[in-house]
Design a protein around this ligand. Structure first.
Ligand code: NAD
Length: 437
């Protein structure tokens, strides 16, 4: 199969290289010429474990190339994926579909012969209809089938997720696309990954329903954590106790500072907006959004309380800035709100993140960036773990105590036990474990 991937970000690049690895001929296109130039030199613009090697292997094998030229690649393709961003629209929280529609117009101008156009970006119900309308309006002779194929990969484990998905959802209203999509995913199909064919609108909704459910699950356990603190229970044991029930499942039940990232915040909001437009509000999700928004700043207050209530003139060291480990993605990271809350209360902040600092510099003002955890902690009045990178899981507390101004640890990811921290003379605060855990 000849495949064009429009948009070579986290999803486009990972999907493109994995399709190439399956044996297809793939051209990854992006309008960002700098990104394409870098990719051609073998430089990967994002941090994603295993990606650099897989790209190099498939470029060497001649199955993967990079281009800014939509015309040539689309004209030569059987299948064109749209994997451009769909951020929240400024002002009203609906998904901004301008990149998707612009891509649809460009594709329409250049398609030759029967072509399957696949929306991989996360898009609200009905977007496929509009993409189809735009294509027919731009090029009435275009012979296309417009398909929805949402992506479920997680940053940080993206290649593994793409190659071993729990399911592949394909929404189509034109049966000619069915055989093509089966062929595209044949290697995974052989590995028993279920291919779930639905109508296009159903497929579009499945993606939002999945993300909203996961966001709700995280928010549920976060509220349980708050209750645990009040009633003297341990949220990790509550998680385990409920997660072992097969109807509930143990994943996404880790209490923490609230969900962030490039998907959950914008997708929950977009779903809530779509549902309101259809006069069928999803109140559980509206509430989830509001609880999570409040939570991030509440975590700032938790740090302030752990430091005695007044942090004016004090220094807080923050470990982990990205929304989760193993990515450099800073989009909607809880660290942004937490640091803002600490600065608003008069503290100075020093931060360290293994991969996210370049992106963080563009989003977080007025903090000092350190070269490692100990550099951040030097002279600090408290140390706050926001993201559970592996390198923060075995900190040398003796060393930290000797370089910090005050031995205070706030562990917003519950990666330590109370006794292993307090035995070094630290005051320890975690989430939902009033006895320290
Ligand atoms: P991204 O911002 O990393 O990448 C989007 C890329 O598209 C950018 O490089 C941009 O330059 C390019 N682009 C925009 N318009 C273009 C055009 N007309 N022609 C060519 N290139 C164009 O975004 P992402 O994180 O990869 O997300 C893409 C979509 O996938 C979103 O809808 C997102 O919700 C969804 N998604 C993301 C993830 C994730 O973990 N990041 C997971 C599942 C689904």
């Amino acid at each position: 199969m000849h495949i064009t991937m429009i948009g070579s970000g986290y999803v486009g690049l990972v999907s493109g290289v994995c399709f190439a690895d399956f044996g297809h001929d793939v051209i990854c296109v992006d309008k960002d010429a700098g990104k394409i130039e870098a990719l051609r030199k073998g430089e990967i613009p994002i941090f994603e474990p295993g990606l650099e090697q897989l790209v190099a292997d498939n470029v060497r094998a001649g199955r993967l190339s990079f281009s800014t030229d939509v015309e040539t690649s689309v004209a030569a393709s059987d299948v064109v994926f749209i994997a451009v961003g769909t951020p929240s629209r400024r002002g009203d929280g609906h998904a901004d579909l301008s990149y998707v529609y612009a891509a649809a117009r460009e594709i329409a101008e250049h398609v030759k012969g029967f072509t399957v156009i696949v929306t991989k970006s996360t898009v609200p119900v009905g977007t496929g209809d509009e993409v189809e309308r735009i294509i027919r309006e731009t090029n009435p002779d275009a012979d296309v089938a417009v398909v929805s194929n949402p992506e479920f990969l997680r940053e940080g484990a993206a290649i593994e997720d793409f190659k071993r998905p729990d399911r592949i959802v394909i929404g189509l209203n034109d049966d000619r696309a069915r055989g093509v999509m089966t062929e595209v995913y044949r290697p995974l199909y052989l590995n028993q990954a279920p291919l779930l064919f639905t109508a296009r609108r159903t497929s579009e909704l499945i993606k939002y329903a999945a993300n909203a459910f996961l966001a709700m699950k995280i928010t549920f356990i976060n509220e349980m954590a708050d209750l645990c603190e009040k009633v003297g229970a341990n949220v990790q044991e509550v998680s385990r106790g409920i997660g072992l029930d097969g109807r509930i499942g143990s994943k996404f039940l880790h209490a923490g500072p609230g969900y962030g990232g490039s998907c959950f915040p914008k997708d929950t909001l977009a779903l809530a907006k779509t549902a309101q437009d259809y006069d069928s509000p999803v109140r559980l999700i509206e509430t989830t959004i509001s609880i999570n928004d409040n939570r991030k700043r509440a975590m700032g207050r938790k740090v302030i309380a752990a430091m005695g209530g007044d942090i004016r003139g004090k220094t807080v060291a923050v470990l982990g800035l990205t929304f989760k480990p193993n990515t450099d993605d800073m989009r909607d990271s809880p660290a942004i709100s937490i640091i803002q809350a600490l600065q608003d209360a008069g503290a100075s902040v020093t931060g360290y993140d293994p991969e996210g600092m370049d992106n963080a510099r563009q989003l977080i003002d007025n903090i000092a960036y350190a070269d490692d955890a100990y550099g951040a902690a030097r002279g600090a009045d408290a140390l706050v773990i926001i993201t559970e990178w592996n390198q923060f899981r075995a900190l040398d507390f003796g060393r930290l105590k000797s370089i910090m101004k005050a031995p205070v640890l706030v562990d917003l990811r519950n990666i330590y036990r109370h006794d292993e921290v307090t035995k070094h003379g630290f005051a320890y605060t975690s989430v939902g474990r009033p006895m320290g855990g």
